[in-house]
Design a protein around this ligand. Structure first.
Ligand SMILES: C[S@@+](CC[C@H](N)C(=O)[O-])C[C@H]1O[C@@H](n2cnc3c(N)ncnc32)[C@H](O)[C@@H]1O
Length: 192
């Protein structure tokens, strides 16, 4: 079993944006650890067939840059810590846009630019993307997502990863000290 971390705030964000009976596709699904938190959805996972993160065969063993799925067939598509690794992420984003139904939701859980830049200094990861929120949003709009449907929801991690009593205090102290509130860059997009 490939141990992967399941982040409670990612679960909460997913449950906030995914409705029961939604048809959902997780890109770069690895061990599909978020599937069990979406029990009422029709969940499908997509990952590279050779991925070392995969425990069971993905429903779609392929690259997200070329997905064998019907046009306008999913209500929600998301991916956690995957898009920055894709060889041609713009192609992936166009594929996600194509595969979403009108009104469908796309959630990118990626890392903040400061962390991506650190990752890129490792010689195994020189190919990774180092986008920030505005570049990532721009790439999503070039893939078809309209700008008024794009939201930077990274702050939802800040909102959810502490118990409510200490949340405001911790957030304020971190901001005062100039510390990152979290390492996540999370962009929500809608297909109009
Ligand atoms: C860091 S792991 C994250 C796995 C899982 N999402 C998680 O949160 O634990 C990145 C995943 O993205 C997958 N991946 C990388 N490039 C991909 C591509 N072009 N298409 C689909 N999946 C890809 C990898 O195979 C790997 O399973």
């Amino acid at each position: 079993m490939n141990q992967q971390i399941t982040y409670p705030y990612i679960v909460k964000i997913l449950q906030n944006y995914i409705s029961p009976n939604d048809k959902v596709l997780e890109i770069g699904c690895g061990a599909k650890q978020y599937r069990e938190y979406l029990p009422k959805s029709e969940y499908y996972g997509l990952d590279l067939p050779q991925s070392s993160y995969v425990d069971e065969a993905p429903d779609y063993p392929c690259s997200a840059e070329d997905m064998p799925v019907e046009n306008e067939s999913f209500d929600c598509i998301f991916g956690v810590a995957t898009f920055y690794l894709h060889g041609d992420p713009d192609r992936t984003f166009r594929e996600c846009y194509r595969a979403l139904k009108p009104g469908g939701r796309f959630i990118v859980f990626d890392y903040k630019q400061s962390l991506l830049k650190k990752i890129k200094t490792d010689k195994r990861y020189t190919h990774v993307q180092t986008w920030g929120a505005s570049e990532l949003s721009n790439r999503l709009s070039l893939a078809g997502f309209s700008e008024d449907g794009l939201q930077n929801i990274s702050g939802m991690v800040d909102y959810w990863d502490y118990p409510s009593a200490v949340r405001l205090l911790v957030r304020s102290i971190k901001r005062l000290l100039g510390l990152e509130v979290s390492n996540w860059l999370i962009i929500y997009a809608e297909k109009k």
